[in-house]
Design a protein around this ligand. Structure first.
Ligand code: IPM
Ligand code: MN
Length: 351
């Protein structure tokens, strides 16, 4: 029996092509890992594949997940079912990647996105479902008119989830500090406007960081923070944000270091973690064999580290960096002409 078991869900549209490249690389590394492969979302038979995937996930140490456009339903189980509350999204510049910034060298920060709540609870509906609110709106200076045609969405920030994601961000900042990082946690939310929900998130993060005397703390309102991602990304270290802001800002962060083709991520819970690229399913390039597999391969590198294969993880990341530094085998999104498959072969050659 292999030391570790990993479920592979190749995802939808063009993403299975990136996953095939990542699997070629992982296969070449010959680690003591058993891979349990599922077909792309398009080929999932209604119901039964999903049930089998859920059981396989529960019997595994981790999952490598290709992005979904809704066909690979397992994401619900991977996030809410396995309570993977901390979505870690590094933005680290690799020399040779196609950044729109003048001086992207040295950009190296991580967004830790709360992954389970905020506006991601699916609590939406017609206004008429709400009872007329007793409280006056702070902004309308009148009760909400629930008889009007319209929809609501509920945003929830709980103490438990905020505390655990904040603590996760602090541990990560400490780990990075030991490796030479600045040891700083930045909190961002719209705490000036959403004083109750985002204000609560901000206060709990600040309190949590205060329990780590080795770390510095700073906070920015989310619109100001968005500007900073573009204008002064070098000043950031570990950022912690509620779910929706983290979703939006991690795409922006990816933009600073070369786009979604190079942005990996991992979703961590207390007893499970799964790994997925930040990008979507790129249906416009499906079948062309040109999707950039870097995001998936770097997500796999994060997974290897999580599974205890630290040396292999570093080796894989270095192999990818070498390809960017050399600039000979880059995919079209990075200004090159290489196919997905050629990129994978170059990574294997560099391992
Ligand atoms: C992401 C994606 C998902 C999200 C979608 C596909 C539900 O955009 O992982 O960033 O919003 O979390
Ligand atoms: Mn997203």
């Amino acid at each position: 029996m292999a030391a570790k078991k990993v479920v592979v869900l190749p995802g939808d549209d063009a993403v299975p092509e990136a996953m095939a490249a990542a699997m070629e690389v992982l296969g070449a590394m010959k680690l003591d890992i058993e891979y349990v492969q599922f077909p792309p979302g398009e080929r999932w038979k209604r119901g039964d594949t999903e049930v089998r995937a859920r059981a396989a996930i529960d019997a595994s140490d981790s999952t490598l997940f290709g992005a979904t456009s809704g066909k690979t339903n397992a994401i619900l189980h991977l996030r809410w079912g396995r309570q993977t509350y901390a979505n870690v999204r590094p933005a680290r510049y690799m020399k040779g990647a196609l950044s729109p910034l003048r001086s992207p060298e040295g950009i190296d920060f991580v967004i830790v996105r709360e992954n389970l709540e905020d506006l991601y609870l699916g609590l939406e509906g017609p206004l008429s479902e709400l009872r007329p609110l007793k409280a006056q709106s702070r902004f309308l200076r009148a009760p909400l008119d629930t008889s009007a045609e319209g929809r609501y969405a509920i945003k929830v920030i709980t103490e438990r989830n905020t505390r655990r994601v904040a603590a996760f961000a602090c541990e990560l900042a400490l780990k990075r500090k030991r490796a030479g990082g600045p040891g700083k946690v930045t909190c961002t939310s719209k705490y000036n406007m959403l004083r109750e929900s985002d204000g609560f998130f901000r206060a709990i993060v600040e309190e949590t960081v205060a329990g780590f005397p080795e770390l510095r703390y700073e906070q920015f309102i989310v619109d100001d923070f968005a500007r900073r991602v573009v204008q002064s990304p070098h000043e950031l270290d570990v950022v912690v944000a509620p779910n929706l802001y983290g979703d939006i800002l991690s795409d922006a962060a990816a933009g600073t270091v070369g786009g979604l083709g190079v942005a990996p991520s991992g979703c961590y819970g207390d007893d499970y973690a799964y790994f997925e690229s930040v990008h979507g399913t790129a249906p416009d390039i499906q079948g062309l064999g040109i999707i950039n597999p870097t995001a998936t391969i770097l997500s796999a590198a994060m997974m290897l580290d999580y599974l205890g294969f630290a040396e292999a993880s570093t080796r894989l990341e270095r192999a990818v960096r070498t390809i960017y530094a050399e600039g000979k085998t880059l995919t079209p999104d990075q200004g090159g002409h290489a196919k997905t498959e050629e990129f994978a072969r170059a990574v294997v050659a560099n391992l």
